[in-house]
Design a protein around this ligand. Structure first.
Ligand code: ANZ
Length: 864
């Protein structure tokens, strides 16, 4: 019964929280699940790794500094300690000595080390990119600081776009592996794998080169429809494709074209997409390209709908077969040339975008199907040297630099003599300077910290060198924390390779669906990089992924004004519908993600205080399958509370009943009880550890408790009942750790001190029950027989089935009477032994018991 260690590890990880200051129900749900998994696997004998930490860098700490003058570090650590207190009340069993806090220098030293490894391999590079710029506060804004109208959160100014030199990680180099390996993640939800693949976005097609008329320049385009090459009637270049435009736009057209480009690029990205979707703005460059096959002159435009950083940043316009091109051509009076004939649709007014049809107006390719033409045209282009097969990925390189304070500083020094120089690894961490004034205006806080910024160059030669004043995106911190957990205190390395490879991969990763794309993709990328560099042995970090559903609260709102109501502003009609307390106006009830602004949140601390952590945990697990929304209906917690109370009562009854200690299991009913509880145990074990059907596992516990209650009267004193009782606390321990321990103490109270269970100080030291329900064969061997004297029960005994099944009824009854008279109590024997006194014997064969009623003339009154 004592826990055994089977030597295998199980790494169970819940996504670590951002220390906002308060736990919310979403946190409680995710940690309840990981705690159940961790405790279960521990009891099954695994060496469980179940770490916890905080994803502690990020914008809110800096906002608090701007708004309340408290330092980001102080704010963050205060929040962490408050959240840890709240966690304690929920009795989660985390490996506290593995704690990782990403804003501590001991951690971010290694985030900086990781940056340098990427830099050394050419995978971290600098390039200009657009940022959000607040023209009033003269500061860069994060996307979250720009509201839906494109205005700054603080100054209210219309946010502009500005080009800044920023750091990127070359995730595109890993696009192929990230895409193909997504198919190996069999234990991830299909929708997450699909989202990852769509984000990476593979497009297969061809690139073609179009020479520019009267020039040595050429425009290269990428297309997924090489079959439509004869339908090209214009070329469109992205406004930000500066390199190409500089090369091809003649001096005479420059002013006109530049003014168009400036107008488009100054729009916020939101506005830009809106305009591009609606109006398809464009501007003729004044130059023509030469069609690679027909040698026709094709006008070159700058067009707002062309994306600068996808593929070549230029497209071939085929208005007859692409919707965007069709709209653009119509707006700008460009020819439309159909080259694919629909097999069954007449194409006239609209473009025909299906890939199903035959080629027309396409020279030697006429008559081919789209599929055949794609192959043949690529071959032809390759032969002519004007194009080739090409694969493009939509995923952009990861922009990691932020013009913020509360993040890991980028460990680079800019030297006027040597350029960017990595900070030597033995000088890491580059610590954040303290005592900074946060105003939210002007350059980023680090850029203003002059003592910190101005440094000597590591090369020893440079003068006037400056530290990079950007910090890293917090997604960098969380892209490798699961590795740090394997060796959290190592001050020589990010992690010890041997240790990491022993404990990785994460076996079960639990977190919110909101991280389905970026966090998981970035973690996979960093893991793959470290694999490529020989640090890790596996290609993917996370084996099984569980994405838990949202916790929702009931929200009341006035559907006309959209005003949300606080619980105290609501009254109920007789039929239960909600109305405005003061006006009586009917309110609409909807289930929405819990949030402060909707007054539908439930505070985990208060609920735990009221009902106890065990009840809350059971409720959360029971209320919905883990991956579905959980609608918080507080009154239903009582169901779980009552269940625990009832169970405690059953255990107390058992403790009282337990006077003698039966050694063996005898009756079929005992076997049946054991078979039933064994089945429940087996289903619960697999439900938690293999199928993740936590809600049905809780109903198994309910069923188990009901079985005990139902059999209490008949089997309460038997060996089987005792066994069932002794196994239950261990089964419940991962669900309700406190209650299970209490139960354990009650049901073991009668055991002699030398009993193995008495050697354990808590239920958490016991092993998971090992049971084999299929080994219990219930073969009825006997049936209960109630013996009555003149209709009153005087005894009960088991009659062998072989007697009950005898064919001849007379013979059968005689044998039953003989068996009963030999086996019943002395009192009954004395009553029936005198044939003259015995008037009649009545046999009644009922389903579960056999009744024999001896009718006697002079019954004695003394009986047992
Ligand atoms: C000509 C063409 C004809 C296209 C046709 C489509 C249909 P998907 O399909 O989403 O993977 N494209 C290429 N580079 C682009 C850029 N930088 N900005 C905007 N659009 C670009 O995307 C590939 C298609 O998107 C390409 O195929 C191209 O338009 C366009 F009947 O080329 B196509």
């Amino acid at each position: 019964m004592k826990k055994l260690i089977n030597g295998q590890k199980k790494y169970i990880l819940s996504m670590f929280p951002y220390p906002s200051g308060n736990l919310h129900m979403g946190h409680v749900r995710v940690y309840t699940i990981s705690d159940l998994l961790a405790r279960t696997h521990k009891m099954l004998g695994y060496k469980v790794i179940h770490p916890f930490g905080f994803d502690a860098f990020g914008l809110p700490a800096e906002n608090a500094a701007i708004e309340r003058g408290i330092s980001p570090s102080e704010w963050t650590y205060k929040n962490i300690s408050h959240m840890k207190e709240q966690m304690k009340a929920l009795d989660f069993d985390f490996d506290i000595d593995r704690e990782v806090i990403t804003c501590s220098p001991e951690y971010y030293k290694w985030t900086q080390w990781l940056f340098l490894q990427l830099y050394k391999k050419g995978l971290a590079y600098q390039q200009e990119a657009l940022v959000n710029w607040d023209p009033i506060d003269q500061t860069v804004l994060a996307n979250e600081q720009v509201d839906s109208n494109g205005k700054s959160w603080r100054s209210g100014a219309l946010v502009e776009r500005k080009n800044l030199r920023q750091w990127f990680f070359k995730i595109r180099d890993f696009a192929h592996d990230l895409l193909t390996d997504a198919d190996t993640l069999e234990n991830w939800p299909l929708n997450v794998r699909t989202m990852q693949k769509q984000w990476i976005g593979k497009s297969e097609g061809a690139e073609f080169h179009f020479h520019v008329e009267n020039s040595s320049s050429k425009v290269t385009i990428f297309t997924t429809r090489p079959d439509t090459i004869f339908g090209v009637t214009y070329i469109a270049v992205a406004p930000e494709n500066t390199k190409l435009l500089k090369e091809i736009v003649p001096q005479s057209e420059k002013e006109r074209v530049d003014s168009f480009i400036n107008r488009i690029t100054s729009l916020t990205s939101l506005k830009r997409n809106e305009v591009a979707a609606l109006s398809k703005e464009g501007c003729f460059t004044g130059v023509y390209a030469i069609h690679p096959f027909t040698k026709e002159k094709i006008p070159i435009y700058v067009a707002d709908y062309v994306i600068a950083d996808f593929a070549e940043g230029s497209v071939m316009g085929v208005p007859a077969h692409d919707t965007r091109d069709f709209e653009f051509a119509n707006k700008h009076g460009i020819n439309i040339k159909q080259v694919v004939q629909s097999l069954n649709v007449e194409v006239k007014e609209e473009c025909y975008t299906e890939k199903n049809g035959i080629l027309i107006n396409s020279d030697i390719f006429d008559g081919l199907t789209v599929e055949e033409a794609i192959k043949k045209i690529i071959e032809h282009a390759e032969m002519q040297g004007v194009g080739k097969y090409s694969v493009q990925y939509k995923i952009r390189d990861w922009l990691v630099s932020r013009q913020r304070y509360w993040g890991a500083p980028i460990p680079i020094i800019h030297c006027p003599q040597c350029g960017p120089v990595p900070v030597p690894e033995d000088q890491l961490p580059v610590k954040l300077p303290e005592n900074i004034e946060f105003t939210g205006k002007g350059p980023s806080p680090l850029a203003k910290a002059e003592d910190w910024v101005n440094v000597k160059c590591p090369c020893g030669k440079g003068v006037n060198c400056k530290r990079d004043t950007d910090t890293m995106d917090t997604f960098v911190d969380s892209s490798w924390y699961f590795l740090r957990y394997t060796d959290p205190k190592n001050d020589k390395e990010a992690f010890n390779v041997k240790k990491a490879n022993e404990e990785m991969n994460v076996d079960i990763y639990i977190g919110g669906i909101e991280h389905a794309i970026l966090h998981l993709l970035y973690s996979r990328f960093i893991h793959k990089f470290l694999y490529r560099e020989g640090y890790l042995k596996t290609k993917e970090p996370f084996e099984t992924l569980l994405t838990q559903g949202m916790v929702q609260g009931e929200t009341f709102k006035d559907i006309e004004t959209n005003k949300y109501y606080k619980p105290e502003e609501i009254a109920r009609n007789e039929d239960g519908t909600a109305v405005d307390k003061s006006t009586g106006k009917a309110l609409t009830s909807v289930w929405e993600k819990m949030s402060k602004s909707k007054y539908n949140g439930v505070d985990p601390e208060a609920v735990t205080k009221k009902y106890g952590s065990d009840t809350v945990r059971l409720y959360i697990l029971f209320k919905a399958p883990y991956d579905k929304e959980l609608m918080w209906e507080q009154n239903q917690i009582l169901g779980q509370e009552r269940f625990l109370q009832r169970l405690e009562q059953v255990a107390n009854n058992f403790a009282k009943l337990k006077k003698e200690d039966p050694k063996t299991i005898e009756s079929d009913d005992e076997y049946k009880l054991l078979k039933d509880v064994f089945t429940l145990i087996e289903q619960t074990r697999d439900g938690v550890s293999k199928n993740f059907t936590f809600n049905t596992c809780v109903s198994n516990l309910h069923k188990y408790s009901n079985l005990l209650q139902e059999n209490e009267e008949t089997l309460g004193k038997t060996k089987a009942y005792e066994e069932a009782m002794l196994l239950l606390p261990s089964l419940m321990a991962p669900f309700t750790p406190n209650f299970a321990d209490k139960l354990f103490k009650i049901v073991t109270s009668h055991l002699p001190s030398e009993h193995p269970l008495k050697q354990l100080s808590s239920v958490h030291e016991t092993a998971y029950p090992t049971v084999t329900p299929n080994d219990i064969k219930i073969e009825k061997k006997s049936q209960l027989c109630v013996v009555q004297i003149n209709g009153k029960k005087k005894d009960d005994i088991q009659i062998p089935i072989e007697i009950l099944q005898m064919k001849d009824p007379k013979e059968r009854q005689a044998q039953i009477e003989l068996f009963v008279s030999e086996n019943c109590s002395n009192f009954v024997q004395s009553q029936i032994c005198n044939p003259s006194n015995l008037k009649k014997v009545i046999h009644v064969n009922q389903k579960n018991q056999y009744v024999i009623n001896y009718v006697v003339a002079n019954p004695t009154t003394t009986s047992n």
